[in-house]
Design a protein around this ligand. Structure first.
Ligand SMILES: [Fe+2]
Length: 274
């Protein structure tokens, strides 16, 4: 079992509830049903994620009725064996899933990953999960749980409108994203690890200009993403943001009243909401 971080949160629930937050399990399974290139990819990627099988086993060992929120990269790439594992977890557990960039990755880095790239495996991946992948919402004890796909550092108009519709209900919201939202301290942590970019959504354009060109193109927010980012930070009904993607644990404040919890690839977070 991976180490568990305890987090409690006051969101205004009508009765307390808890969930397990996990992220970036990065399963690297492949078998005979996949081609030799995919099997070679699995061999190459497995040592990069030594905690992945333990993480997956930990999730599978959770009671079936306990809520699990996974913020993406459950699988490292699309393969028959990885999709089987994703399906087995969603079939046996109460899983609320906010998809990551790797869910749609076919060979990890073989192409620029954008909306068109995602479309090629979208239906196949969607079939493994019980909630919609681009935007999902459910209610728990008077709190709205919202999951949005921002794995490519972007949100679109449909997602932004759907979020505003949930806000209009007037209930407290917990937001689940794969890619964390830009915040200076969190960006500093990412740079301190030797990265040339922040890997965060909504980073200031000025900062993105310091990235290598491919990362600048990948991570610069478009108009909708920028507006959605500003909206999230200014909406008092959004009580917390949970994300992954960075592969380390972090808790920082997006604003003085909005915490962001990042859960790493080798930990779980037990969240108690009041
Ligand atoms: Fe990841």
């Amino acid at each position: 079992m991976l180490p568990v971080i305890e987090t409690s949160l006051c969101a205004g629930a009508c009765a307390p509830f808890s969930f397990l937050h996990a992220s970036d399990t990065h399963l690297t399974r492949a078998d005979r049903r996949d081609n030799p290139m995919k099997n070679e990819l699995a061999r190459r990627r497995t040592p990069v994620f030594p905690a992945s099988e333990e993480g997956y086993a930990g999730l599978m060992a959770m009671p079936g009725d306990g809520l699990i929120v996974h913020t993406g990269d459950l699988i490292d790439f699309v393969s028959e064996a990885n999709l089987d594992a994703a399906m087995a977890l969603s079939a046996s557990h109460d899983l609320f899933f906010a998809v990551g960039n790797h869910e749609f990755s076919r060979y990890v880095g073989e192409a620029f990953e954008d909306g068109r790239y995602r479309e090629e495996s979208f239906d196949q991946v969607s079939a493994c999960f019980r909630n919609p992948l681009r935007f999902a919402v459910r209610e728990r004890n008077g709190v709205m749980l919202v999951g949005m796909d921002n794995g490519y550092y972007l949100l679109d108009n449909r997602q932004f409108s759907a979020l505003k519709r949930v806000v209009s209900l007037g209930m407290p919201i917990l937001l689940f994203l794969h890619t964390p939202l830009y915040e200076e301290k969190l960006a500093d942590m990412v740079f301190a690890e030797g990265n040339p970019c922040s890997y965060l959504m909504g980073a200031p354009e000025k900062l993105c200009f310091t990235y290598p060109p491919d990362r600048r193109i990948q991570q610069t927010a478009d108009g909708v993403t920028r507006a959605a980012y500003e909206y999230i930070l200014s909406e008092p009904l959004i009580k917390a943001v949970f994300a992954g993607h960075l592969h380390f644990d972090a808790e920082t404040m997006l604003t003085p009243s909005l915490p962001q919890f990042v859960t790493g690839k080798a930990t779980f977070r037990r969240v108690t909401v009041e």
